[in-house]
Design a protein around this ligand. Structure first.
Ligand SMILES: [Fe+2]
Ligand SMILES: [Fe+2]
Length: 178
């Protein structure tokens, strides 16, 4: 299972990178705004997928450590939803349209939606969520570098999201025994 997920990560990451490979942003170029909006629409899709995954996992989790793990997942889900809203507002500020179409959410997201096969395998759930956070951290770091001085407001927002995702990964890591 972890290996299959790792293969998917590579595909998803490579896909996300295509949007960043068209060169640096310059604030003078209005076509760049469309590129920022396209990238931020991938971010909101990812945040929604993370919100749904954490929420689903929090509800189905079983076992003696259920309470602790579910509480952490609920906290993370709340923050992912906050990220989703902040980035959607930013897309709107930029004159773009936040794309919340559920039909294309999964393809636009850089993270996977996973329902655990065994809801009592809390360690497995923690591992998959940790992998998800690591992908997000890697891609958001690239987005921060790509935004550079081309869009400082979006960059600062992404830096703030990145800090939260690093906190999520730390908290998951603290409970992961693998
Ligand atoms: Fe997030
Ligand atoms: Fe997160």
């Amino acid at each position: 299972m972890p290996n299959e997920f790792a293969i998917d990560i590579t595909r998803i990451r490579d896909d996300a990178r295509k949007h960043l490979e068209q060169g640096a942003l310059t604030s003078a170029d209005t076509t760049d705004v469309d590129r920022v909006v396209a990238v931020l629409n991938k971010v909101i899709a990812s945040e929604m997928v993370c919100y749904l995954r954490y929420t689903q996992n929090a509800i189905v989790a079983q076992g003696i450590h259920r309470e602790q793990v579910s509480a952490m997942f609920v906290d993370h889900a709340d923050e992912e939803l906050g990220h989703f809203q902040r980035v959607s507002d930013r897309i709107n500020q930029l004159g773009g349209t936040p794309d919340m179409n559920p039909a294309t959410l999964k393809e636009r997201a850089i993270t996977e939606y996973l329902e655990p096969e065994d809801p009592s395998d809390l360690q497995g759930m923690i591992r998959e969520n940790l992998l998800g956070e690591r992908v997000v951290i890697e891609v958001y770091t690239e987005i921060v570098h790509w935004l550079g001085d081309g869009d400082i407001t979006s960059r600062r927002m992404m830096e703030s999201l990145l800090k939260d995702e690093e906190d999520h990964a730390d908290e998951l890591n603290d409970l992961y025994e693998g």
